[in-house]
Write a protein that binds this ligand. Structure first.
Ligand SMILES: Nc1ncnc2c1ncn2[C@@H]1O[C@H](COP(=O)(O)OP(=O)(O)OP(=O)(O)O)[C@@H](O)[C@H]1O
Length: 706
């Protein structure tokens, strides 16, 4: 019993089952229908053994009491405590009753009580497991702490404790075993829910204003059901063993009822004279327990969930390597957007996470404005804080991340006056802000049809009925040039190609009435052709509907082609802001110029090494004093290593945070010959920043096949 409980507890500590889900979906992507997978598993030794044993146990549980209860209960005082014989295969008990028939009849009670206890354990565990996601942070933390304490107790000890609390008898034992199993399930559920709540499609649902309960029931629980079912099946074997143990100790089933544990206890008195009477109930417990365990393993194999016997060891959590050195940063105001009030206005945005030596600030005083219908690109190396900035303005940074800002105004309303998940923020962001994430596969709930996911926004925000919402979803899919939109709406995300999924994601973004689309690396996972189509689609949407766009990318050419203005981020700060048509001619920050120079292009000489930016980007926990780029900068002076420069305006619409901005006709001029740059930069001219809308090519979505 303890072994099974501990296995369940260990399951709770395992890595989130992303791999499991990935493999399930991979199986589907490879085109294996669900039925074939199950048949395939049934043909394996594990599959047919599990199926045969389970069938045998269930048949006995259903039919044995109907067929043989008369014989099992028949008292024969002339045959008391007989050994095995042709008439009584396993001998008789102290009232002369046939032990073999009693054993068969006891199957029903033994199995039923074990299943009941398992159901109670799973249900209680589920409630405790989802509570932190549903309740506020404080209550959630308390529930998690209680679960953690309960998990620390050995399962056997908990079961015995509850058995004493709930009293002797079958009912008390069911409650005892059920509640003893609950902490393990709660931990497993918490881990699974927590791992899924960081998925893009959950973020997307959250930003679309879908409530917590609905997110949990529609987007999270259906996707964690596989591992829970597998663990429940395996735990049923443990519950059977636990129940037999309690009955054996006299704490479970009471006379005149009997289960295998009770028969085992009675048989033990004569173990030396009639061993079969004790061994047979023990064997029955082992066989039935094996049936549940093997079934659990077979189910796991079919759905692709790693079980305790098939999973790898948990990885230790990643720890920051060095003491936090959060630099003090000069605050920068966002550049003015000419004309009307900006759609988004952010000032002094900081995002920090707790570190071993105090908070580590990953976004350090970012200020930005996005005007009506304007496309603003955020570019920078990996880890520069682009995604966190996007998540922070969308109010999606999760605990323990802390967002602090002087101002985050969206459509003239401050998002800081209300808690991030407040109904006011949800409504405002849900209808007017949309997010498009990098990975179109993780951006959709794999268990829901595409059309339904789109329709959810219309149902949630516009009170549309089911069919009306679905027709709106199909209409939006058509708008993003999805071929056979109605058919695609009825498909699951894995049935669409990567480009189609990203189009569907944009259609999802358009289900509300977005005034701003935040697209975080929307084309990184796509090939070059599809990338162009998606970028052009975003541009068309922007031009057609006047939707503002905040496009995040590590590819400076992608943002230059798509956006009006570019913000270059380094180490959690904006180091340069300029119009994209001036990027290749007048960029002044050495980092921006290095980024431009590092991108190979058609004219790049293939016989020379590609240009790279020397050194590595700084991490938030090792941000140095002074300019964070100084250690990699070919023009840095002593001052750069001491004082961090402010983001200062150098000309209208152009701001640079550098003590020694590089001026000249092209980014390469003043840096030519320095370590980070080559003469190839000179070839990067203004003509390269051709806006996508200027091209006459049609969108080529129709021909795309999944
Ligand atoms: N939940 C978190 N806890 C601690 N640090 C985090 C967390 N999320 C992000 N960071 C850190 O914040 C920094 C900025 O992360 P962010 O994801 O914004 O970078 P990015 O520029 O978007 O990079 P990429 O292009 O690779 O996504 C990184 O150093 C990252 O390690």
């Amino acid at each position: 019993m303890a072994v099974e409980f501990e296995a369940l507890r260990a399951g709770g500590d395992q890595e989130p089952r992303d791999e499991a889900h990935a493999s399930v979906r991979d199986g589907e992507v490879r085109g294996l229908p669900g039925g074939n997978r199950w048949l395939g598993v049934l043909r394996t030794p594990l599959g047919w053994c599990a199926a045969t044993l389970l069938l045998l146990v269930l048949l006995l549980a259903v039919f044995a009491p109907l067929l043989w209860s008369g014989r099992a209960d028949a008292i024969d005082t002339g045959q008391i405590l007989q050994g095995s014989s042709g008439r009584h295969w396993l001998g008789t008990d102290n009232l002369g009753r046939d032990i073999f028939y009693r054993l068969l009849v006891a199957t029903r009670l033994s199995i039923a009580l074990a299943l009941l206890a398992t159901a109670l354990g799973v249900a209680t565990g589920l409630v405790l497991g989802v509570a932190p996601a549903l309740l506020g942070r404080r209550v959630g933390r308390t529930v998690t702490a209680v679960v953690n304490v309960a998990v620390a107790f050995p399962g056997l000890l908990l079961a015995l404790f509850f058995a004493v609390v709930f009293g002797v008898g079958a009912k008390g034992a069911v409650l005892a075993i059920g509640f003893a199993m609950a902490p393990g399930f709660a931990r497993l559920t918490q881990t699974l829910v927590a791992s899924l709540s960081e998925r893009d499609y959950v973020h997307a649902a959250r930003v679309a204003g879908v409530g917590r309960l609905r997110i949990l029931t529609r987007h999270v629980l259906p996707n964690v059901s596989d591992p829970l079912i597998v663990n429940a099946t395996i735990s049923a074997g443990g519950a059977l063993l636990a129940f037999s143990g309690l009955s054996f100790l006299g704490l479970g089933v009471q006379a005149p009822s009997y289960d295998w544990g009770r028969l085992l206890g009675e048989g033990l008195n004569g173990i030396y004279t009639h061993p079969a009477a004790a061994l047979a109930p023990g064997a029955a417990v082992v066989i039935a327990g094996l049936a549940f365990n093997l079934t659990g393993e077979a189910v796991a194999k079919a759905v692709g969930v790693p079980t305790a016997s098939r999973s790898r060891a948990p990885r230790p959590a990643e720890m920051p390597a060095a003491p936090s050195a959060t630099a003090v940063v000069p605050e920068a105001d966002a550049a003015e957007v000419p004309g009307e009030q900006p759609v988004l206005s952010v000032e002094g945005l900081r995002v920090s996470f707790p570190g071993p030596h105090g908070p580590v600030t990953a976004v350090r005083g970012v200020g930005l404005n996005v005007g009506e219908g304007e496309a603003v690109g955020v570019v920078g190396e990996s880890g520069s804080g682009k995604s966190l900035t996007a998540l922070a303005v969308s109010r999606l940074v999760e605990h323990p991340g802390e967002v602090d800002a002087d101002r985050i105004d969206f459509l003239g309303t401050s998002l800081l006056t209300e808690p991030s998940h407040s109904a006011v923020n949800r409504r405002l962001l849900g209808t007017s802000l949309a997010m498009v994430f990098q990975d179109p596969m993780t951006s959709f709930n794999p268990a829901m049809r595409v059309g339904r996911q789109l329709a959810e926004v219309a149902e949630q925000h516009f009170g549309a009925g089911r069919s009306e919402a679905l027709s709106r979803a199909v209409e939006r899919l058509r708008q993003v040039r999805m071929s056979a939109a109605a058919r695609r709406a009825a498909q699951y995300p894995h049935e669409l190609s990567g480009g189609m999924r990203q189009r569907a994601m944009i259609a999802l973004a358009l289900m509300g009435r977005p005034r701003l689309i935040v697209a975080d690396e929307p084309t990184t996972a796509l090939d070059v052709t599809v990338q162009r189509q998606v970028l052009r689609l975003l541009d068309t949407v922007r031009a057609g509907d006047g939707v503002a766009l905040l496009l995040i990318s590590h590819d400076i050419h992608v943002v230059a082609q798509t956006c009006d203005r570019i913000l270059v981020m380094y180490a959690g700060r904006i180091v340069e802001e300029l119009p994209s048509d001036r990027l290749f001619t007048t960029a002044q920050h050495p980092y921006t110029r290095a980024l431009i120079a590092a991108v190979p292009h058609m004219e790049t000489a293939l016989d020379r090494p590609l240009t790279v930016i020397p050194g590595r980007p700084v991490t938030p926990d090792r941000t140095p004093a002074g300019c964070a780029f100084a250690a990699r900068c070919p023009v840095a002076q002593d001052r750069c290593r001491v004082d961090d420069p402010r983001l200062e305006s150098v000309e209208p619409g152009h701001r640079v945070a550098c003590w020694y901005p590089q001026t000249g006709a092209g980014p390469a001029d003043s840096l030519d010959g320095k370590a980070a740059f080559t003469g190839e930069e000179a070839e990067l001219t203004a003509g390269r920043a051709e806006p996508i809308a200027a091209r006459a090519e049609p969108l080529a979505g129709e021909g795309e096949q999944p």
